[in-house]
Design a binder for this molecule. Structure first.
Ligand SMILES: NC(=O)C1=CN([C@@H]2O[C@H](COP(=O)(O)OP(=O)(O)OC[C@H]3O[C@@H](n4cnc5c(N)ncnc54)[C@H](OP(=O)(O)O)[C@@H]3O)[C@@H](O)[C@H]2O)C=CC1
Ligand SMILES: N[C@@H](CC=O)C(=O)O
Length: 393
């Protein structure tokens, strides 16, 4: 099958424009009929008649058979994508928050209406990890999927560690370059990599886990003391989502900064680049590397999905269907570095062992083992100013 696709694209921001730049360089069997945008007063680089603020003009247009959803509003995106799937249109989206939050409903809609929703661009920008988890690792047991899934926080950490840039300057640059979410708390607070992790967990293990149930600790509380500590021990700090099979029936999922040594392949993943490490039972360790944010890298993944729709590609969610008996668990122990202020917190967190403690007037830290459950239970306290927690390899 090589159907002609007529596209209605929601969003003409960083990714929408990146996609358009790529499409216009190619002679593809597809046409863009309309862009739906939010602010009609904004200056555009394309003729005005290509733009509308009326979602219905596109969703109800029988000539448009494919919707590309590239907006920065997850609630509006869910409404658009659901309506499109219900009306028989296939959809490509890059909206990880929307997909992670509504995955089960979106899968049900695809089955019910015989439509397809593809979202490679939602997870690690240009890296084709979803299709690989779905197709290539179809038969192989995966022990872990981990890595760097957020370009903005990795850009910020690279600028801090390699160029001594202040955090706020590096964040501003990540925003100016179009890497950061409209609300950058999603990036630096570890929410964005958590949404991506939830999607990965679905394709790697057949798990639906609500993002709310998954621990996300970000890099927004990082201080000069933490940076100095890392440098003295020859570590870099990276923000790492982890999906790990801990026994035959349980997988743990969490997002946390990690102190990584030069031997770790992720140590040299810099700036907006992402890296996905897959540990498989027989293939052993494999590494995917590429740009995780930006209009053109993400646009290329979106275009690959659009092209795949031409030959009727859809995710089969085989690991969900096979019901392999795997469940999400938080029963796991981590070794962490914790900078803290209040001594009472240490007791409350219930460290199972402590290997190092340091006290100075303005800087206290502890290194020890702690249960993931306990971190989750005390998430509100850990999120307070004056604390920074990172996994130590
Ligand atoms: N930036 C990146 O590197 C990556 C982004 N993504 C995801 O892609 C999506 C888009 O991101 P990005 O391009 O950076 O965002 P931008 O903020 O650059 O662009 C958002 C676009 O959405 C439009 N928009 C917002 N709300 C609506 C609505 N209700 N109806 C129609 N249009 C609307 C805006 O319209 P207007 O132009 O009028 O303001 C704008 O064109 C997000 O889900 C993001 O998480 C995924 C991977 C990488
Ligand atoms: N804000 C995201 C964009 C891509 O998903 C990131 O920085 O990775």
């Amino acid at each position: 099958m090589n159907n002609k696709l007529t596209l209605g694209i929601f969003g003409f921001g960083v990714v929408g424009q990146g996609l358009h730049d790529i499409i216009k360089t190619k002679n593809l069997n597809l046409a863009i009929k309309r862009f739906v945008i939010k602010h009609p007063e904004k200056k555009r680089t394309l003729p005005a008649e290509l733009f509308t603020t009326d979602a219905n003009a596109v969703l109800d247009d029988p000539e448009i058979n494919t919707i590309v959803e590239l907006i920065d509003d997850a609630d509006a995106a869910f409404d658009i994508v659901s309506r499109a799937l219900q009306s028989g249109k296939n959809v490509v989206s890059a909206n990880k928050k929307m997909i992670a939050t509504h995955l089960a409903e979106l899968i049900a809609l695809q089955h019910e209406h015989g439509t397809s929703l593809l979202y490679e661009g939602a997870v690690c920008g240009s890296i084709p990890i979803i299709r690989n988890l779905e197709e290539y690792y179809d038969n192989e047991l995966l022990h872990a999927v981990t890595g760097i899934f957020n370009g903005s926080s990795n850009y910020i950490l690279s600028k801090i560690f390699n160029e001594n840039l202040p955090y706020a300057t590096a964040l501003r640059q990540a925003q100016d370059l179009g890497f950061a979410e409209t609300d950058p708390t999603l990036d630096v607070g570890g929410f964005d990599p958590k949404f991506k992790l939830a999607i990965v967990a679905s394709h790697a293990y057949g798990l639906y886990v609500s993002p709310e149930a998954i621990l996300n600790i970000g890099i927004d509380k990082l201080s000069a003391s933490d940076i100095q500590f890392a440098r003295e021990k020859n570590f870099k700090i990276k923000l790492i989502p982890t999906a790990r099979e801990i026994n035959d029936t349980s997988v743990v999922l969490y997002v946390m900064p990690k102190l990584v040594s030069p031997e770790n392949i992720l140590y040299n993943v810099e700036n907006e680049y992402n890296g996905v490490l897959v540990k498989a039972a027989f293939a052993d360790e494999q590494f995917f590397y590429g740009k995780g944010a930006g209009g053109h890298p993400t646009g290329s993944a979106v275009l690959s999905d659009i092209a795949a729709l031409r030959y009727g590609y859809r995710y089969e969610y085989k690991k969900h269907i096979d019901a392999n008996g795997i469940a999400y668990s938080t029963d796991w122990e981590l070794e962490v570095y914790l900078r803290y202020e209040d001594e009472n917190l240490i007791e409350r967190l219930g460290f199972t062992s402590i290997s190092e403690r340091y006290y100075a007037e303005n800087y206290k830290y502890i290194i020890g083992k702690i249960k993931l459950d306990n971190i989750l239970k005390n998430r509100a306290v850990i999120d307070q100013k004056g604390l920074f927690i990172a996994e130590i390899a």
